[in-house]
Ligand binder design. Sequence first.
Ligand SMILES: [Zn+2]
Length: 311
Amino acid sequence: MVDANDVLIINDNDVVVVDTNGAPAITREVLAELKKLTNKPVRYVINTHWHDDHIRGNDVYREAFPGVEFIAHAAMRDYMPGQGEINRRNFLEGAPRFLEDLKRAVANGKSLTGSDITPEERASHQSDIRLVELVLSEGSKAPAILPTISITERLTLHRGKRIIDIRYLGSGHTAGDLVIHLPNEGILITGDLVVWPVPLVGNPQSRIGDWASTIEKLLALRPTIIVPGHGPVMRDDSYLILLAELFTSVKKQAAAAAARGETLEEARKSINLEEFRKRFSGDSKIRKLLFQAYVAGPAVEAAYREVTGKH
Ligand SMILES: [Zn+2]
């Protein structure tokens, strides 16, 4: 269970917000913090993509700042009413059971995999419990707000002296990932194109074949400060280079498996991600679990589907 990073860009006369959390209750906390920093109004909310953990707090800004504009990729207007609604409903239906499993695991001193719980797993499960409870507390009441300004390539905001360059540089995590570049400050806000400690790969939403080249375009902007969709702020590009290497390798290995005529199940066995598992997970049990759930499983499947056209 994850919650997105929000970025609050305070300009000469207004504020631009990037992404808005997985629950309105969290965004209300963020807004309270913003009000301690400035009384300037929020003029634009940019959603890097349409996943619920980045958009559920949109309505908090609409209520607090009438007339605020919502900026997102044009594909969000197609996605949200259809597949997005289905995914949202499925999540809300499955969440109470997930919550029970987590609470039982913590109470019994067992991890979700059934082994004795480590301190890191306990902290992770407790964080999950808090987030799931927050999402469920307001359930489906948080309306999905569609962009009032949609873009497909690029939109540049000039707010006083500041330049806020909103770019679509290619797909990866979804088909509509926006990045926000502040060229004067050397800051790049990546949405879920970059997620720490492991990339969030969704099948069928993610595009493994494009992801590495999209990351290369992020690197070409030469950012000095990188704000990922989840995880701590990065001050060098080493993690992005690791991501590009991973996606390049998965794509290459999936193409080779397909050329050998392998089925998906055979490809799962022949594609070797051990080196990457070590580099992303180290000795951490929870990161190994995350790598399996969010990378090895869905990335291999998505890459295989892309090269063969088969599921
Ligand atoms: Zn996402």
